[in-house]
Design a protein around this ligand. Structure first.
Ligand code: HAM
Length: 401
């Protein structure tokens, strides 16, 4: 028997029902906020991810599904959605057109991580990206959109925010941080590597010993410039004015290299160790970095597998018809009726003749609201009984009606 690969699973059964419910409603809310759907290829040139997610990230360093295709191209299955959307934004020349573009997307992402609860090798994200808005009001607005989404699905969360500064203030901070890191002994291997490739990622280390060593490290937030500070203060004040609670986490640096200024994560404390259900932030240099015309960007992605168990679906209401046949002749009639009704209704049937009792059982199983059973006498009289399985009310209807 061939099983799915480790860390990958089928979208089927209860999960698939919740999945489609989640996608439909998250998409609806994103559209209300002015986002339109974009879909980019799962396979892209490896260079795209190296240059955006960054060589210093775990994703590029250890987790890519990277291979050489039959045409000798170095390709990679996307580990996240932002890089592809930015690439598409530039490919479509939207950067040259100027103005604002807002996109939402969903689909599978691939990271060769160690699988555990909430951490898969193929997982699904729902994400959005806004291009062309420099104002931090957009950052606030997409965070408020996330609040709407979580409220709709009845998901409890806590929000953490931080500012990662900008190219004006980060270089000096980075120098000071490296000086500090050079002055201490005992950092883990990962931190020693990051000290060279992307020192601020050291702040994010989960190793307890490193945590202690970093207690007296220069703080990111105390070193951002006046523009970044004003933006961060404005973000906080907008969130406050909407009654949205947040925690400032000065160590929140995110695992991807493209961020600047706003960084945020939504956390759930009901799902175990892999508690980040959404991550996002601003990436004002990424379009330019991928050879587009300088355009600010901001967005987020939600991990659908992580939050799906928290999604509350409305009670399963009875819906549509079940139409059964009690003779071979009746099956033909049922097929005609089913095709007609399916133009505007959900209709279940079976292409075999069964007893009334067996059809009733089947109707119950598919949660049908209305029930019709056709046998020889119904064929003769051309009159059917339509039973409402909620109210148990029965009415007689002629075929022509
Ligand atoms: P990320 O933090 O790497 O950010 O991923 C976003 C979310 O995807 C995480 O918060 C988590 O819920 C989910 N996730 C990540 N890895 C896994 C995994 N192995 N298994 C299950 N779920 C996972 C990004 O991907 C950025 N592109 C987000 C973004 C969009 N920033 C700006 N725009």
């Amino acid at each position: 028997m061939i099983n799915p690969l480790r860390g990958m699973k089928d979208t089927v059964g209860e999960f698939s029902e919740k999945y489609i419910y989640f996608i439909e409603n998250a998409s609806r809310i994103a559209k209300n906020y002015g986002f339109s759907y974009i879909e980019t290829p799962i396979l892209e040139e490896t260079a795209l991810f190296k240059r955006s997610v960054g060589e210093s990230s775990d994703i590029v360093g250890k987790e890519m599904y990277q291979f050489t295709d039959k045409g000798n191209n170095d390709v990679c299955m996307r580990p996240e959605g932002t890089a592809g959307v930015v690439r598409a934004f530039i490919s479509q020349k939207y950067d040259r057109a100027g103005g604002v573009k807002r996109f939402f997307y969903h689909g599978p992402m691939f990271r060769y991580e160690r699988p555990q609860k909430g951490r898969l090798r193929q997982f699904h994200q729902f994400g959005v990206e806004t291009f062309g808005v420099q104002s931090v009001k957009e950052d606030a607005m997409i965070i408020l959109m996330l609040r709407d989404m979580f409220e709709f699905f009845s998901i409890k969360y806590s929000l953490q925010i931080n500012s990662l500064g900008c190219p004006d203030c980060m270089p000096t901070y980075r120098e000071n941080l490296v000086k500090f890191l050079d002055s201490i002994d005992g950092l883990c291997e990962d931190c020693l590597r990051r000290k060279i490739t992307n020192p601020i990622r050291v702040l994010d280390c989960k190793n307890e010993n490193c945590h202690k060593l970093l207690e007296s490290a220069p703080m990111l937030l105390s070193n951002i410039c006046s523009t970044c500070r004003a933006d961060f203060d404005e973000l906080k004040s907008i969130l406050k004015s909407f009654g949205l609670e947040y925690e400032v986490n000065t160590k929140l640096v995110r695992g991807l290299d493209y961020y600047n200024k706003t960084a945020f994560e939504f956390i759930s404390n009901e799902i175990g160790a892999q508690s980040a259900i959404t991550g996002g932030g601003r990436y004002d240099k990424l379009v330019e970095y991928l050879d587009g015309r300088s355009t600010p960007g901001v967005g987020f992605a939600m991990g659908i597998e992580r939050l799906i168990d928290l999604v509350k679906m409305p009670e399963n209401k009875k819906i549509g018809y079940y139409i059964g046949a009690m003779s071979d002749e009746a099956i033909k009639q049922v097929m005609h009726l089913v095709v007609k009704l399916r133009k505007s209704n959900v209709v279940h049937t079976q292409y075999s003749s069964k007893s009334l009792k067996a059809h009733m059982k089947a109707a119950d199983k598919v949660n049908a609201k209305k029930f019709i059973c056709i046998g020889d006498s119904e064929l003769e009289t051309k009159t059917y009984v339509v039973k409402d399985l909620d109210t148990k009310e029965e009415i007689s209807v002629e075929l022509r009606d």
